[in-house]
Ligand binder design. Sequence first.
Ligand code: HEM
Ligand code: HEM
Length: 241
Amino acid sequence: MSASNTVTGKAIPAANGHPVEYRRVYVWELPVRAYHWINAIALVALCVTGYLIGAPIRAFYAAEAYQQYWFGWVRFIHFVAAFVYVFNFAARIYWGFVGNKYSHWNAFFPLKKSQRQEIVDVIKADVLESSLHGPISTGHNALAGLIYFFTFLVFVFQAITGFALYSSMSNSWLPRMFTWVVPLMGGEMGVRFWHHLFLWFFVTFVIVHVYLAFYHDYIEGRGTVSSIIGGWKFVRDKGEK
Ligand code: HEM
Ligand code: HEM
């Protein structure tokens, strides 16, 4: 009996106990995993509370409006999550310079020809559901790395517009640094519009990202999903880089 290996396209003999030789590699260090899950929790909190700020629920309580504070809590959670998300992101940038090669800043750019080839291969696998033919990266694949880089740009944009909105309600130094953004974007309404629009970028990103994490776990068979929890991936020495 044999099962098709979707990475190499070759059949794996499943009869003996260990059909393929695997090596355990420590890919995601603790700071990367901590960043990932703090970021995921903060972003979900920001998306939910941001949506509620933009489209508040009319709560029919017996109490008078001035006796309720639920909207205040929604805003408070948005602002706390915003600070957590910004400083967590700053820590990840730092780790991009001191961490291992898989988390290094250059893992996010397809600088080599082989990485550009990998992008084509991964698009074929993800969109056309064909087999992965070329060697696959042990860390982020080149397409994932590039998409994370674009996502990081959106993180920065959302932080700038968020702090610009916050600057009219706070005297602390961080929001005050972004007061200039408000006139640049045509006033508070313009900033609010773009800040709101990018909520939907995150919603789309998360749906596609979680789907692809599980899909690559399935087609690569290397423990992709568990790697972002425990840090380890399982690699075959042949056909990997
Ligand atoms: C990165 C993920 C974020 C998402 C998805 C997000 C989403 C949103 C949304 C949808 C709104 C409502 C806009 C509207 O329609 O009026 C909002 C409001 C706001 N956000 Fe964010 N936001 C994020 C990050 C931040 C950050 C980093 C800050 C920085 C402090 C921030 C500060 C604010 C402020 C001040 C408001 C206006 C609150 C109000 O007027 O009551 N946001 N956010
Ligand atoms: C709000 C939710 C999430 C966001 C914003 C998010 C974002 C990200 C980002 C930015 C990275 C790159 C990490 C880095 O190099 O620093 C990443 C990697 C990863 N994420 Fe998520 N993530 C989310 C949820 C999840 C969930 C629920 C899973 C699994 C079930 C998951 C699985 C992974 C895996 C496996 C990687 C490493 C992927 C690779 O090898 O390229 N993520 N995520």
